[in-house]
Design a protein around this ligand. Structure first.
Ligand code: TIU
Length: 225
C-alpha cells in the first residue's frame, strides 16, 4: 500500500478520506473489568455481551491495521494506586457499595497495574503501540495523547472500543475540537445500553458529520484492500 495515497471508506454522512500514514487506529478502554464476565461492569449488573460482540471485529481491524504497518494506540481508563488523580466526585458518584479503588473481582477496581484494569488478551498491545492511561472518559483529558499524535503527524483517527456513548463519544468530541477527523465503525464500538449505542452513533454523524463519520469494519477493510 502506498502510504500517501488517499483511501476512501464508505461512511455516513459521506465517504471518509484519509492518507493511511496519517490515520491512527485508537482503541478505547477494551479492558477486562468492562468486558469480561465476572468483572466490575458485570458486577454492576451490566450485560457484557453487548460489549463482547465488538471483540471479533476489533480483532480483524487491528490485524489489518498492523499488517498494513499503520499506527495503533490503545487507552485504558484508570487511576493511580494512591487515588491522587481520582476526583472525589467520581469516587462517590452513584453511592455504590464498591467503587473505584476498592477490592473488586479482578483486583482493585480501575487501578493501574491491577488485572481488571488491563486490556483483554484478544486485543493486547504489541511493542510500538502506545498505551494511554487516562483518568477521565475522554482520551485527551490529562494525557499525552495529543502530543503523541502531533509528533507522528496524525490527522485522522479510526476510533473503536467501549462504551459508545461514554468514553468513545467523549473522545471523538475532544478529538474533533482539536482538529482531528474521526471515523467510528459501528460494529467495533458497544454500549451496555443498545439505545444509547444507537443514539451515540447518530449524534456523531448528525448535522452533516458534526463530530465525524460512522461506518463499519467491513468498509474500512475494503478500503485498506
Ligand atoms: N470506557 C468507558 O466508557 N467507561 C465507562 O465508565 N463507561 C460506562 O459506560 N460506564
Amino acid at each position: 500500500m502506498s502510504f500517501n495515497r488517499v483511501l476512501s471508506v464508505e461512511a455516513d454522512p459521506y465517504p471518509f478520506e484519509f492518507e493511511p500514514a496519517k490515520c491512527a487506529l485508537l482503541i478505547i478502554d477494551m479492558q477486562r473489568d468492562f468486558l469480561e464476565p465476572g468483572g466490575f461492569g458485570e458486577m454492576l449488573g451490566n450485560d457484557v455481551s453487548q460489549l463482547r460482540r465488538t471483540i471479533q471485529p476489533n480483532k480483524e481491524l487491528l490485524a489489518a491495521w498492523r499488517s498494513a504497518g499503520l499506527p495503533v494506540l490503545h487507552t485504558r481508563e484508570g487511576h493511580r494506586a494512591d487515588l491522587a488523580d481520582l476526583p472525589p466526585s467520581k469516587k462517590i458518584r452513584g453511592k455504590g457499595k464498591t467503587t473505584i479503588g476498592d477490592a473488586g473481582p479482578m483486583g482493585r477496581i480501575l487501578i493501574r497495574g491491577e488485572a481488571g484494569h488491563d486490556i483483554i488478551p484478544e486485543l493486547y498491545p504489541i511493542a510500538g503501540e502506545p498505551v494511554i492511561d487516562k483518568p477521565g472518559k475522554g482520551a485527551f483529558f490529562a494525557t499525552d495523547l495529543h502530543a503523541i499524535l502531533q509528533n507522528r503527524c496524525i490527522t485522522h483517527l479510526v476510533v473503536t472500543g467501549v462504551t459508545t456513548e461514554v468514553c468513545v463519544n467523549t473522545t471523538v468530541r475532544e478529538a474533533n475540537d482539536r482538529g482531528y477527523e474521526c471515523l467510528v465503525p459501528a460494529d467495533c464500538v458497544g454500549s451496555y445500553f443498545p439505545e444509547f449505542h444507537e443514539m451515540g452513533l447518530k449524534m456523531i454523524k448528525a448535522q452533516a458529520g458534526i463530530f465525524g463519520w460512522v461506518s463499519d469494519s467491513a468498509s474500512i477493510l475494503a478500503a485498506l484492500g
